[in-house]
Design a binder for this molecule. Structure first.
Ligand SMILES: Cc1ncc(COP(=O)(O)O)c(C=O)c1O
Length: 371
């Protein structure tokens, strides 16, 4: 029995190889490697996809977060409330702008930040809340946006797992001041290398973000006037070219991953388990299919025996990572987050999975050993 990989970049990228290389040849001939018309078009189309007015494409998802925090005016002395159930880039970005990440516990079913827990941690130093739509499942945006308004805070969304996820029909990334996306190759919309993008409805915010990402330059007419101390973080045009080829395919990617999710979830129900929880009012763009299981190591071995790859996103909540020890958190501080990551396990989910492979995974779900 052939191994079913967790993700297969080759299957995903191969059908696009000819088109992308042909476009890259044009970039090459015109020497459009950094800025270029493809970047302008990709930003316009991605903003349209997210139903926002503006977008700014940058070098990576991490950069999209750092630049957004900076452009939102967050700096030393500020507190930013965030989740421990995420990839480290989310909270690292807060550190990189000199602010303090304030972790709070998560919802036990989705692993997403708990609005009630946010409320408890708001102080007079709190400037922003940085939420993460984990695995593509939207956070409780109704409660969160209500709280943000009430307390006059800034909402930033790390939507790196959630390209095209809808909450009450509205795309995630468009709820706060900024939506930040990683376009890393394995993401539902992925470049051929590192890339990221910020979306926003706020013109002055995006202008500020663009200056930060481009050495403080306001426009091409005053190329050597630097209005602030910025970075060289605008996306490479070659990546915009790739992303322009891939963006039109994204709705189909989302649809296919949702269909596979439904197949898996039905199998979980047949086995008396919950599968991946999708809250009401959401149409998620699933990044990874993740479920909760107490006997995770045993279940991982069950899939291994059947030659099916599994993943753990992520093994350790951030408050227990060595890099955040300076915040002096202890085991037990955020019990839901700790339990959630101790019990999370992911199965292969990508649009190019063959029906025979999906069937094998479905059968394997039906025979998961119970704890
Ligand atoms: C939730 C989350 N935020 C941010 C990032 C950082 O994105 P990048 O790797 O593009 O810098 C990632 C990367 O996987 C992520 O999963």
């Amino acid at each position: 029995m052939k191994k079913i990989p967790l993700f297969d970049l080759n299957r995903h990228n191969k059908p696009l190889q000819r088109q992308i290389l042909a476009s890259w040849k044009k970039n090459y001939q015109k020497n459009e490697f950094t800025s270029g018309p493809e970047t302008v078009e990709f930003e316009r189309k991605f903003a349209e996809f997210c139903k926002t007015k503006y977008a700014l494409a940058v070098h990576s998802g991490t950069d999209s977060l750092i630049i957004s925090l900076k452009a939102a005016g967050i700096s030393k002395g500020d507190e930013v409330i965030t989740t421990p159930c995420t990839f480290s880039a989310t909270a690292d970005a807060i550190i990189h702008v000199g602010a303090t990440p304030v972790f709070v516990d998560v919802d036990s079913k989705t692993g997403n930040i708990s609005p009630a827990a946010i409320k408890q941690k708001i102080t007079n130093k709190t400037k922003a809340v940085l939420i993460v739509h984990l695995y593509g499942i939207p956070c409780d945006l109704q409660e969160i946006t209500k709280l943000i308004k009430e307390k006059n805070l800034i909402l930033l969304e790390d939507a790196s797992h959630a390209h095209g996820s809808l909450y009450k029909g509205k795309p995630v990334g468009s709820f706060g001041l900024a939506g930040c996306f990683s376009l890393y190759p394995s993401k539902s919309l992925g470049a051929l290398g590192n890339a990221g993008i910020i979306v926003s409805n706020n013109r002055s915010f995006i202008q500020q973000a663009r200056m930060i990402a481009n050495h403080g330059i306001k426009d091409s007419q005053t190329k050597y006037t630097h209005h602030l101390n910025g970075f060289n973080k605008l996306i490479d045009n070659l990546q915009s070219t790739v992303l322009l080829h891939k963006l039109p395919l994204l709705p189909k990617v989302i649809e296919k991953k949702l269909q596979i999710t439904q197949h898996y979830n039905e199998a979980f129900i047949k086995n008396g388990m919950s599968g991946m929880i999708i809250p009401d009012h959401c149409r998620p763009s699933i990044y990874v299919f993740a479920f909760q299981v107490k006997n995770r190591d045993e279940v991982k071995k069950h899939f291994e025996k059947l030659n099916i790859d599994t993943g753990v996103y992520y093994p350790t909540p951030l408050h227990l990572q060595p890099s955040f020890q300076f915040l002096k958190h202890k085991k037990g501080n955020f019990p839901n987050a700790e339990r959630f990551f101790a019990q999370t396990l992911s199965l292969p989910i990508f649009p190019e999975l063959k029906n025979s492979e999906i069937k094998r995974i479905v059968n394997a779900i039906k025979t998961i050993p119970r704890s």
